[in-house]
Design a protein around this ligand. Structure first.
Ligand code: IPT
Length: 956
């Protein structure tokens, strides 16, 4: 049988015109379940006659539909970012084209009506030929788009044979070069829908809102005879085409008011949910209901570590709840329309959505865009077809405020034609497409990964292009969340707040696309590109989300939540300043609670009366009653939290939406340890509770604990951003030998009450270095160390870190600190850390980045205790503060690891006690570390006091 349809660039033949996705009272049957399945290496090798009733599929295996065959033991997933994994000769694809034959025999329910019916596929990757009961229905293309076939007359009460031949590669693959796993199959729902004669074929709701009059304008476009009823609004049987005006509450992401109604005929009733809102561009600013909106957004792919893009509904809900709980207010559905259920959730819970068409031809960039389908008339119909299916399917969602033509497909006449069609079909939503750099056919100016300086320029409207200058601006992608990072979010927010037409952005991206696997010992880890033997792949570039593959939030999500909190709490004139950064709502839904802490322990708490504050406004409220500050010892902090006053659909009452801290009193520094005299005995030196090696001057024991004493350390296991493509800082660090520094002891001077160790720390083969002098003094139970460092020679690069590394026995597995926490914090990503007292374990301090790298830094510790189960251990105090990491492997082991399971706990706990670390930046894709967060070789000193903790003295 010919398979020429596979390479035809035209839309798949045989399907019905696209229409709105809805479910109604009409009967339907889900065809999800176990189907029969056979994978053949090519169309030519696939068996003939699979459509026939009598075809014998007993030799086939079972396959769960919806699902990808590569994730069910047939073939392998493969990951490429930009490059096509096949020769680029559009529309031709490899003849070795894995072909999955699917068969299902099904019966109709007994009460199945004798009416027309359609068979609906919500997503088949990438191309399928479909037969029912021996009759060919047609061909699907457009993997993330719906296809419907008319099947009424073909149906039998039982013994219906549905045969679907799915090809991994097709002409459509050229238009589906998104940065994600290549995964094939029938991965979204397959449904048989009865379509009653005289029913609702399709409808388009129009629900505008006039923010001046407070009136909504409601109508429905549909076939004659279709009516709309919204009992809550007193709307009954409004005929299609008729318009009514009513006083309504508007819909917004912050207040997602939906009115329930029905679109109906005598034969069918379709439940609908209506949200009134009007999107407009006024004076170059994008508004909804007359208000400027700020997108605090994320790019969301659909992914699950076991199911790939066959995402079960509970994970779509999990995504939305997590987003809402972390102050995400917008989603770009990168880079295809999501499963329709996700959009229902956005309507319900309130998220602004950019709905993006299933289109990307990025791989042509490797060929300087030669042959790019975007400008080739052979592909015009395919482009239009994809956009039609997007807009028609999703047009009734109030959450969608922009249509996006696709991603990274360069520019060309087909995109311009698609934009024109879209604008005409739905004038109520502006058109977005980043790749139209000149903004010739889009309504908003969009960029990806523009650095802060460029966003600032755009903010100042410093742009020679007049058209671009006049448009609202957004970052459809920014703050690449790969591995540890992004750094620099706060500075983006500042720009978003400075310029009205700079309307926020969408972090790249929501979720790491790791795939779950197990090592020989049965330990789970997440795989990335290259782990499945792909010849062409892009490694861990697919692991770049705010949440890990299992949807546990990464520290970056906490940072996002803090940076983009809709309420800002800080010090104000004589009290607490509360700023309302919501776009739409006041603060009535929040309660404010304060807590007064001394050295991290709460001493009093209460709630703060805050009057209503309109969006964009702020108020100063007096401090709560606190004890006279002179009477309290230690460091005093006032923490104020804004919490949900009542349960919402997405979080319970008490959920913290925003918080702020006001420092009240500072602690007086502890007196330095000094006074004891150095004692020499065979080969070692004793000073207070410390024992030192006499030759090297290195601390070897503290109290009863054997230690590998602190030494200068400049290295960190490079992050993905350190390894980034534009500014490969890690490459410079390695070239400078910072990962293999040698410590030369020049002098161990143990005269009197101090031990002074002079060293020079430098890389092999190179001339520059760092002088590091260690000054040790002690009293009976505390050892104080001051390290002075001074660079020598010409340092060619920044430093990953500047601090000390030591090791303590592995039994010291518990940690407690007073400082910033509870999560990790780095110089340019530390808004989420508050000052407090925190306890954890060494194991729990690790952030399990899928690709191991520097992680887990805790900032601004005033003191740190590492203790064993018995309570014995070591206390370290800063003067005034230090950063630390604690882990059961070295930085070198962390650097060498490629997956989490490569990290094997050793005998020791390795502590880094730092003065500073280099920032994180986003150089894995985008700008590097901002100048103020870069760490340079410099003269510096760090002072720490070490003391043993005995279980009895554990209270200290
Ligand atoms: C940009 C892509 O749009 C996105 O899909 C993803 O690949 C991201 O990069 C990096 O993770 S395109 C890039 C050339 C900036």
């Amino acid at each position: 049988m010919s398979s020429s349809y596979v390479e035809d660039p035209a839309p798949g033949p045989g399907s019905l015109p696209p229409r709105a996705a809805f479910s109604s009272g009409a009967r339907s049957v889900s065809l999800a379940g176990t189907w029969r399945f056979l994978l053949s290496p090519s169309p030519a090798a696939a068996p003939d006659g699979i459509e026939r009733d009598d075809f014998d599929d007993r030799g086939w295996t079972g396959l769960t539909v919806p699902g990808h065959w590569q994730l069910q033991g047939h073939g392998n997933p493969a990951y490429t970012n930009v490059r096509y994994p096949f020769p680029v000769r559009p529309p031709l694809v490899p003849s070795d084209n894995p072909t999955g034959d699917h068969r299902l025999v099904f019966a109709l329910p007994d009460d199945w009506p004798d009416e027309p019916a359609v068979l609906r596929f919500d997503g088949v990757d990438s191309c399928a030929r479909v037969w029912l009961n021996g009759e060919e229905l047609g061909v699907t293309r457009g993997s993330r788009l719906p296809t419907e076939f008319a099947v009424g007359p073909l149906l039998r009460p039982r013994g219906n044979v549905l045969a679907v031949r799915v090809h991994q590669w097709s002409s459509g693959s050229y238009l589906e070069d998104q940065d994600m796993w290549w995964l094939s199959g029938i991965f979204r729902a397959v449904t048989l829908l009865s379509r009653p004669v005289g029913g609702v074929e399709d409808y388009q709701l129009h629900a505008d809102y006039d923010h001046v009059s407070g009136l909504g304008t409601l109508s429905v476009t549909a076939a004659e005879g279709v009516l709309l009823s919204v009992p809550e609004l007193g709307v009954e049987n409004l005929p299609a085409g008729a318009v009514t005006q009513l006083a309504v509450e508007p819909w917004s992401a912050e207040s997602p008011r939906l009115y329930h109604g029905e679109v109906h005929t005598a034969a069918e009733r379709v439940p609908v949910r209506i949200g009134f809102r009007t999107v407009a561009i006024e004076d170059g600013v994008l508004t909804v209901n007359g208000r400027r909106v700020l997108f605090r957004g994320v790019n969301r792919h659909e992914h699950h570590p076991r199911f790939g893009r066959a995402l079960p509904r509970e994970f779509a809900l999990a995504d939305v709840l997590l987003m809402k709980r972390h102050n995400v207010n917008a989603v770009r559905t990168s880079h295809y329309p999501p499963d329709p259920y996700f959009l229902e959730l956005c309507d319900t819970h309130g998220l602004w959505v950019i709905d993006e068409c299933d289109l990307e031809t990025h791989g042509f960039g490797e060929l300087d865009w030669a042959g790019n389908p975007s400008d080739d008339p052979r592909w015009t119909e395919a482009y239009l077809d994809r956009m039609r299916r997007t807009v028609e399917r999703d047009k009734n969602h109030p959450s969608i405020v922009l249509w996006s033509l696709g991603n990274e497909a360069h520019t060309g006449r087909n995109l311009a034609a698609t934009a024109a069609w879209t604008r005409e079909r739905d004038p109520s939503r502006p058109v977005h497409y980043e790749g139209d750099f000149e903004c010739e056919y889009v309504d908003v100016h969009s960029r990806m990964y523009a650095d802060h300086a460029e966003v600032d320029r755009i903010g100042r409207r410093d742009d020679p292009n007049e058209r671009r200058r006049s448009l609202p601006f957004l970052l459809c992608e920014f703050a690449h969340a790969m591995g540890n990072g992004p750094g620099g979010l706060l500075e983006y927010r500042e720009l978003f707040e400075r310029y009205p037409h700079v309307q926020g952005g969408f972090v790249w991206e929501w979720l790491d696309h790791g795939l779950a696997r197990h090592d020989e010992d049965g330990r789970e880890y997440f795989a990335y590109g290259g782990d499945f033997g792909e010849l062409i792949h892009d490694g861990n570039f697919v692991i770049d989300g705010l949440v890990h593959p299992d949807r546990t939030p990464s520290p970056a999500l906490a940072e996002f939540a803090k940076v983009f909190e809709p309420v800002r709490i800080g010090a104000g004139a004589g009290g607490v300043q509360i700023e309302n950064h919501h776009d739409v709502v006041g603060l009535a839904h929040l309660v404010f609670r304060w807590s007064h802490e001394h050295d991290g322990l709460e001493s009093s708490a209460g709630s703060l009366a805050v009057p209503e504050v309109l969006p964009g406004q702020s108020v100063d409220v007096p401090l709560p009653p606190l004890p006279p500050l002179s009477t309290v010892a230690g460091e005093g902090v006032l923490t104020v939290r804004a919490e949900l006053a009542a349960d919402t659909a997405w979080a319970s009452a008490g959920h913290v939406v925003a918080w702020g801290q006001l420092p009240l009193t500072t602690a007086t520094a502890a007196p330095p340890a000094a006074g004891t005299v150095l004692v020499r005995d065979s080969g070692s030196l004793r000073l207070g509770p410390g024992v030192f090696d006499a030759d090297t001057g290195r601390l070897v024991a503290l109290g009863g604990h054997r230690v590998e004493g602190p030494r200068l350390d400049l290295w960190r296991a490079p992050t993905d951003n350190d390894r980034g493509s534009d500014e490969p800082e890690a490459g410079q660090w390695r070239a400078a030998g910072l990962h293999r520094l040698q410590h030369r002891v020049a002098e161990v001077d143990g005269g009197g009450s101090a031990l002074v160790v002079r060293t020079r720390v430098a890389p092999p083969g190179l001339g520059f270095g760092m002088l590091a002098d260690y000054h040790w003094t002690a009293d009976h139970d505390r050892l104080r160390l001051r390290v002075d460092v001074e660079p020598e020679g010409d340092w060619p690069c920044t430093l990953p870190r500047l601090g000390l590394r030591m090791a303590v026995p592995g039994a010291l597995g518990s940690v407690e600190w007073f400082g910033a926490g509870p999560g990790e914090a780095y110089a340019d990503s530390r808004q989420a850390a508050r000052i407090g007292r925190f306890s954890s374990t060494v194991d729990a301090l690790q952030t399990p980045y899928v690709y191991p790298q520097e992680n887990g830094n805790r900032a601004d510790a005033r003191w740190l205790r590492v203790t064993s189960a018995s309570g014995a251990g070591i206390r370290i105090e800063g003067e005034p503060v230090f950063d630390f990491t604690a882990r059961r492997w070295t930085s070198e082991e962390l650097d060498a690891a490629r997956h989490t399971v490569d990290l094997v706990p050793g005998e020791l706990v390795h502590l880094n006690l730092d003065l500073a670390q280099h920032g994180l930046g986003t150089a894995s894709c985008g700008p590097g570390v901002l100048p103020r967060y870069r760490l340079h070789a410099q003269k510096a000193s760090l002072t720490l006091t070490f003391s043993p903790i005995t279980p009895e003295g554990a209270a200290r």
